[in-house]
Design a protein around this ligand. Structure first.
Ligand code: FES
Length: 364
């Protein structure tokens, strides 16, 4: 009998010797291999063999029971046999399940108790290049260094190192552009901050593209008008300054609005917004609060407006609350009034940032 725990022991059950090549490094201290009882005790081995064969016999019994149940029980007989299952269903399922289960358990036990349990060691092949390759590489490097003169010209070498080192600075500085600066967030003066648009008290709402002002009385129930701030169409008469280039694009993008008219009684005014509409005319930002697509697919019977990008849907009769889709915030509402000539004007800028959410929005 060979004692379990002796690493040099060879299982008498499998009496075989494994040729292990000489180890290039010392054993780091792994525990000695433990032989299983079935490796060192022939009685245990026989017992395991009988248990495993018993599993396979049980599987055969189950398979035969399946066939018997198939012919003996009618489908649909005794529907309340077990958990609402019929006798046939329960018997067929149990028998087939048992046949498969016992084969599986038998195979697992066979692998765990009787199959060979010796450890196999495979030495790693050398990872290093050959000595000749290493010498050739070093020779090429030193030749390159000689020819470049980097060792003889410290001025060139040091200035190059400085230039390469400083090349990382622009990349670090540009990280600042990943977030809004305080100036971008808070610049209300010209509407360029993330918090503000060009809208301000008294500015007229004008039709998009053509720039004509809109009278509240011109609109019919069910109308939706794409509109813009009057400052985008400066004239001598309105006195707004010319804006060009990128600032113009930014202001257009943030100032875009939709105006809809519905029955005044259908509007559910948000808290503090009771006087933000004019005879059922209501105005919202046109920029989706998900990731900023322009919306305008309007269903006049439900007052729902749909963003074509990811199908966020807003209820314009109920403060443009989100009724479907990935957007999390209602469309910002622009407070409306009319001037002495009956044209629609803004009471103020939007009271919250327009467009997609950003991480500092809630802190403002
Ligand atoms: S941008 Fe409108 S739903 Fe995504």
């Amino acid at each position: 009998m060979i004692e379990p725990g002796n690493d040099d022991a060879v299982s008498p059950a499998h009496d075989r010797t494994l040729a292990v090549p000489e180890e290039p490094i010392a054993n780091p201290g792994l525990p000695a291999h433990q032989w299983r009882p079935t490796d060192v005790d022939p009685a245990a081995e026989k017992r395991a063999e009988r248990q495993i064969a018993g599993m396979f016999v049980l599987s055969m019994v189950c398979a035969v029971l399946f066939v018997v149940a198939y012919f003996a029980l009618e489908v649909g007989d005794n529907w309340d046999t077990f958990l609402g299952l019929g006798a046939s269903t329960a018997a067929l399922g149990t028998a087939l399940g048992g046949a498969l289960l016992f084969i599986g358990v038998g195979i697992i036990q066979w692998a765990r108790k009787l199959m060979s349990d010796h450890e196999i060691v495979e030495m790693r092949h050398a990872a290093a290049s050959s000595q000749e390759d290493r010498e050739a590489t070093l020779e090429a490097l030193s030749l390159g260094a000689d020819e470049s003169g980097i060792g003889r010209r410290p001025l060139v070498r040091n200035s190059l190192l400085g230039a390469v080192g400083l090349l990382g600075l622009p990349a670090v500085v540009l990280l600042r552009d990943l977030g809004p600066t305080n100036a971008q967030v808070a610049n209300a003066e010209n509407g360029t901050g993330l918090q503000h648009t060009i809208w301000k008290k008294g500015m007229r709402l004008v039709r998009d593209v053509v720039g004509t002002p809109i009278k509240a009385s011109e609109l019919e129930i069910g109308d939706l008008v794409n509109a813009a701030p009057e400052a985008q169409f400066p004239t001598e008469e309105n006195g707004y300054p010319e804006i060009e280039g990128v600032p113009l694009q930014v202001l257009k993008a943030k100032g875009a609005i939709i105006i809809v008219k519905m029955e005044p009684r259908e509007i559910k005014h948000g808290e503090g917004r009771e006087n933000w509409t004019v005879d059922g005319v209501i105005c919202y930002s046109k920029i989706c609060t998900h990731v900023g697509c322009p919306i305008s697919l309007y269903e006049r019977t439900t007052h729902h407006v749909l963003c074509p990008c990811h199908q966020s849907t807003f209820d314009l009769a109920d403060s443009a609350k989100v009724v479907f889709g990935p957007a999390h915030r209602p469309l910002p509402q622009l407070p409306l009034a009319v001037d002495e000539e009956g044209y629609l004007i803004a009471q103020s800028d939007f009271t919250e940032p327009v467009g997609a959410s950003y991480w500092e929005r809630e802190k403002q």
